[in-house]
Design a protein around this ligand. Structure first.
Ligand code: SF4
Length: 610
């Protein structure tokens, strides 16, 4: 096989053994890599109903055929497992040297099985895997862990680790790399912690072999040059995703005070232009020439890397309008290994619950010191922090009193940074995303604002599906960053050409979209298999707040989602996807995608329509 190594590394922590495991060319062609491989492995190898925090769960790190190569924004890897937060499929991508080193060690995925009896560090150097004593690192924050491992193995090795939140099994703990480049929102840091795996170090010396290496090299170099010519390039380098804050404020989609309002009175103070005045450096993922991490000094003079999501969730959504303080919360979250999106969500939930008198603790909106202390409490599971560490769905279930109406999640995953009172297509995108409410699969909001906010049309449904194929399927499977295309207009035509040069496969966008659909449907099957008889169509519905509580102010005052129209739009979505009225893929749909075996297995758990 060209472009792929044809091998996974299977690591058993119970036995402290690792061995190569081959996979077929057909698997490579059908699932490409990254999320595609992860979904296939988890579907094939996990028994339904396992405890995500037990040794039965498997933690997968996977790359794709373009990952880590000298071409635009290729330094990404996917981390995946059954999620302890949602109970369904969970994954995330991380921009990290570990992605580059994964190609160099010569494996396309590492599958971590079982559970170590004591804290360990997994060191993989080409063919050799070692299980090192991790007790000196246990308890340390992620930046310190990386620093110590880099001192031992060098600055260019790949390091993935967890902070105290992962050790303490916080349900939205993530996996951290390169001081704050993190991934695995649905608690994959907790899965790593449950296995007593503090860190993974990857050191490789091989080069993958390619079908047309000279063509690949030329295309990569041309691609980098093309990125530089894009009109938005300079501004992107100045602000990255932070420029979206002013846009969200102007369009009333900024998550504010637990998604009650669509705009924030202090938005200017935390926006892209305010950030520019503080910016001290630009940082990013490896192999990227449009790096978008904005480094500022926080209120304690520490460096903190800002982007749209972490700033709106730890700023506007909790009523905090001081960017250096937002940066401090962000830095704390990165060091502790907490997902900033879910964190901003659970903090806002606690603030609202406190305001309404539903909890005895005083958690005021926008108060930095109190919030900072609560962030630590969550990571170490102290007091109220222990309750919040379970995520908003669980917390709302415990405090009751209709708080589930404003627990802002879908399928247990807290919503990322867009208010959808007046954005039905974005609400649908959140509701049907592969991991719970996340924007990555179908960031349809900018298109929707231009196309018109009020409509619940079929055109909107089709746009969501089109983006899910591309973003949730193809980009996550190629495992390259989508920002060159989305943000700068780097043409999609590049990707089939790059894929051909790497693998020799002639795939056009129809073929690639079919792969995207296959992966998306496999992940849906995973969710349905896990939930079994508990699965029902209300799983694909956003929180009540957006239907019941209109926006209280601004140009869109009074706007809210229409439940009947939303239900109809969801129904159309199911039809266009080839799913039944409960959102379960039909046998015909699965068979058409070559997922016959999935249909057979799923049919044993739930009734599948023809
Ligand atoms: S554009 Fe940003 S997120 Fe994408 S690879 Fe570059 S630095 Fe990473």
């Amino acid at each position: 096989m060209f472009g792929w190594s044809g091998k996974f590394l299977r690591v058993n922590l119970n036995k402290e053994k690792a061995a190569a495991d081959g996979y077929t060319a057909s698997t490579a062609r059908s699932f490409l890599g990254g999320r595609g491989f992860a979904a296939k492995i988890l579907w094939d190898e996990l028994k339904p109903g396992i405890d995500p925090l037990s040794g039965d769960n498997k933690l997968v790190f996977a790359v794709g055929p373009l990952t880590g190569l000298s071409l635009p924004s290729s330094g990404k890897m996917v981390v995946a497992a059954k999620s302890p937060l949602t109970g369904g499929y969970g994954d995330g991508n991380i921009g990290t040297l570990a992605a580059v080193q994964m190609r160099k060690i010569g494996y396309d995925a590492i599958i971590v099985e079982g559970k170590s009896k004591k804290p360990i560090v997994l060191l993989v150097q080409d063919d050799t895997a070692e299980f090192l004593d991790g007790k000196d690192l246990w308890g340390l924050k992620s930046f310190e862990v990386e620093k110590r491992l880099a001192e031992l193995y060098g600055r260019m090795v790949g390091i993935l680790c967890i902070g105290p939140a992962g050790e303490n099994l916080v349900k939205f703990a993530n996996v951290v790399s390169q001081e704050g480049r993190a991934g695995g929102r649905p608690g994959l840091g907790a899965v790593m912690g449950s296995k007593n795996l503090k860190a993974i170090v990857l050191v490789g010396s091989r080069e993958p072999s390619f079908a047309y290496p000279k063509e690949l090299q030329q295309l990569g170099a041309d691609g980098y040059r093309e990125v530089l010519t894009k009109p938005n390039y300079a501004f992107w380098k100045q602000q990255g995703t932070m420029n979206t804050i002013e846009w969200s404020q102007a369009n009333m989609v900024l998550p504010t005070y637990n998604y009650r309002e669509g705009s924030f009175e202090k938005a200017d103070a935390i926006g892209g232009f305010a950030m520019e005045k503080m910016k001290v450096a630009n940082r990013g993922c490896p192999q990227c020439n449009m790096t978008c991490g904005n480094v500022v000094k926080d209120s304690s003079r520490r460096e903190s890397e800002l982007d749209y999501e972490n700033v709106v969730m730890l700023g506007a959504n909790i009523g905090l309008g001081n960017l250096r303080q937002v940066a401090a919360l962000n830095r704390d979250a990165d060091e502790l290994g907490l997902d900033t999106i879910s964190l901003g969500n659970v903090l806002a939930f606690a603030m609202e619950a406190s305001e309404k008198g539903l909890i005895k603790e005083k958690v005021p909106w926008g108060k930095f010191k109190a919030t900072k202390a609560l962030v630590e409490d969550i990571a170490y599971r102290r007091g109220l922090g222990d309750l919040l560490a379970e995520g908003v769905r669980s917390t709302a279930g415990k405090i009751g009193q209709e708080s589930s109406q404003w627990a802002m999640h879908v399928k247990g995953l807290e919503i990322s940074g867009y208010d959808c009172h007046a954005a039905p297509a974005m609400a649908l995108a959140f509701a049907t995303s592969s991991i719970g409410a996340h924007h990555k699969d179908a960031w349809v909001i900018s298109w929707e604002v231009k196309a018109g906010r009020e409509s619940y049309s079929q055109e909107k449904v089709d746009k969501v599906i089109e983006l899910q194929r591309l973003r949730a399927g193809v980009f996550e499977a190629l495992t390259v960053c989508r920002f060159p295309w989305i943000e700068l207009g780097f043409e999609l035509d590049w990707y089939p050409k790059l894929l051909h040069a790497a693998t020799g496969l002639e795939l056009n966008w129809n073929n690639l979209n079919a792969i995207g659909d296959r992966i998306f449907n496999l992940i849906r099957a995973f969710w349905v298999r896990e939930y079994g008889k508990e699965w029902y169509s209300r799983m694909d519905v956003p929180p009540d707040r957006w239907f019941e509580e209109p926006l209280p102010k601004g140009a869109l005052k009074g706007a809210k989602l229409d439940r009947k129209k939303y239900d109809n739009m969801l129904h159309v979505y199911y039809e266009r996807r080839g799913w039944d009225e409960h959102g379960i893929p039909t046998k015909t749909t699965l068979n058409k995608l070559g997922l016959d075996d999935v249909a057979r297995q799923l049919g044993k758990r739930v009734k599948l329509r023809e």
